[in-house]
Design a protein around this ligand. Structure first.
Ligand code: SF4
Ligand code: FE
Length: 480
């Protein structure tokens, strides 16, 4: 298993380039906007080598029987599902941001079971192909981006009816030995920090939409792929000389628009090609795994926000005030409610016909629906407790000014035990999470990542067995 440093070296050696703020940019590892996001991924590797966490991160692979990093594991029990959530919570509090490596893990588990069932029905060769591919991913300990979300163009139209057929990624050409794909995937978490990409269809396809039902793997440095880096609120603070204003001085997330301009995919990397009846199943399974994931990662980031809120309250001298303590208890209650859902959908998961374990679909969707609400309430409470200084603090540059610096230190002093710079550090971290670069992962992604709230409502409606409840009531009341 790689260490964080091994990982950073391996990503650097891919020599990826991206369009960042108007410039085609190489040497991404040295770029101020990219480096924090790579450091967050590196933590997912170091966890496997840290004495305190190795047991949680290391697990025996069912494919190669070697010890692998859990971020590449095909879940073999409900304990594995629970441990995944625990591991994500750990990474969330350590980084206070999105550490990006879960998407490929969730894609792999969904593709593993879907290909097995697809082969059973259609006689296709996908499952063994995927097993071979994923064995290699595990042994090489790679980061894999799970690429699902298509641009979708006019939402009122099907893929084949769009003015531009590439608005949903599709097979454009079939050649001997493989296919050529064209299109784009948006909002790609950690794409430039990944070695491989698992492309999946974005929704259930219908007859006539076979070309859009494509699932395959390509290396991130494939010819024809173009990356356009996503901006985050206050991101250029990462490029400033004074680290204090960054809020999160070490880690950060990454989202990338990824364009596939006639990219060739060899046959051995194709795991679905036209089997429209399995496209929706794949989407549903992937989404459910990722909705479970949020029951770990967002909770970890919530832990960081709660810690920062409690710390600023005590630095402000109001840590003991009963209404402040009550607000912090409310934050804990909301955060642990999300975690409870993450654990519950894992503990009640079930084995798939392929042998790996699937989360409880109903509870995973309940988990994610809570995530579309609770982090916003946590952010509101943190803003409340932190005070208005959260939005009005002078810059770190002024702290070192001969005239302004002493005034800032004099007038931003609060509780005598608290250092002014430490107070600013804590406030900047809260600002980062509720309104800055970190809010992309903690708030906007909580709303839309793994699907927006309506997608969870639809699944909850479908999974809840409403008819069964009606039947029970009829029985209770002796109604025919
Ligand atoms: Fe992992 Fe959470 Fe980031 Fe998704 S949002 S990749 S689950 S850390
Ligand atoms: Fe996400």
């Amino acid at each position: 298993m790689k260490t964080g440093d091994d990982y950073l070296a391996s990503i650097k050696s891919l020599d990826l380039e991206a369009h960042i703020m108007g410039e085609k940019t190489g040497h991404l590892s040295e770029h101020g906007l990219v480096r924090p996001s790579q450091q967050a991924v590196a933590l997912t590797y170091d966890g496997a080598h840290d004495r305190d966490t190795a047991e949680l991160f290391c697990v025996e692979s069912n494919l190669c029987r070697e010890t692998v990093n859990r971020f590449t594991h095909l879940h073999q029990s409900t304990d594995d599902l629970v441990n995944k959530v625990k591991m994500q919570r750990y990474c969330g509090i350590k980084t206070a941001c999105c550490f990006q490596r879960c998407v490929g893990l969730d894609a792999a588990n969904a593709i593993f079971s879907t290909t097995f069932e697809c082969d059973g029905k259609h006689g296709t060769p996908y499952h063994q192909r995927f097993r071979d591919y994923w064995t290699w991913v595990q042994q090489e300990d790679l980061v894999v981006d799970g690429a699902m979300t298509d641009p979708k163009g006019d939402r009122g139209k099907r893929p084949k009816d769009q003015a531009d057929p590439d608005l949903y990624l599709r097979v454009k050409e079939r050649r001997s030995g493989g296919v050529v794909i064209n299109g784009a995937k948006l909002h790609q978490t950690g794409m430039l920090n990944s070695h491989e990409i698992l492309v999946m269809p974005t929704m259930a396809m219908r007859p006539g939409e076979e070309d859009w039902a494509i699932c395959c793997a390509v290396p991130t440095n494939s010819e024809g792929i173009h990356y356009i880096y996503g901006r985050q609120a206050s991101d250029t603070r990462k490029l400033e000389e004074f680290g204090l204003d960054m809020g999160n001085p070490v880690f950060g997330g990454q989202e990338v628009m990824t364009v596939f301009d006639n990219v060739f995919v060899p046959e051995e990397r194709i795991f679905m090609d036209g089997e429209i009846d399995f496209s929706g199943i794949l989407v549903e399974r992937f989404a459910s795994y990722h909705r479970q994931s949020y029951g770990g990662c967002k909770v970890g980031v919530g832990d960081a926000l709660i810690g920062a809120t409690a710390l600023i309250a005590s630095m402000n001298g109001v840590g003991g005030a009963s209404h402040i303590r009550d607000k912090i208890v409310e934050m804990i209650h909301l955060n642990e409610t999300i975690y409870s859902c993450g654990i519950a959908c894992s503990a009640t998961g079930e084995q798939t016909p392929a042998g790996n374990y699937q989360v409880n679909l109903l509870l995973a969707n309940v988990c994610k629906l809570n995530v579309t609400r609770f982090p916003y309430e946590l952010a509101r409470l943190a803003t409340d407790v932190a005070g208005g200084l959260l939005g009005t603090m002078p810059s770190a540059a002024d702290l070192s000014d001969q005239v302004a610096g002493p005034y800032i230190r004099k007038y931003l002093a609060a509780s005598p035990e608290g250092d002014v710079v430490d107070r600013i550090k804590v406030l900047r971290l809260i600002e980062n999470l509720v309104a800055g670069a970190g809010s992309v992962g903690y708030l906007i992604e909580s709303m839309h990542g793994a699907g927006p709230p309506m997608a969870q409502r639809i699944m909850i409606g479908r999974q809840a067995d409403l008819e069964g409840k009606i039947t029970q009531v009829k029985g209770l009341l002796d109604i025919e």
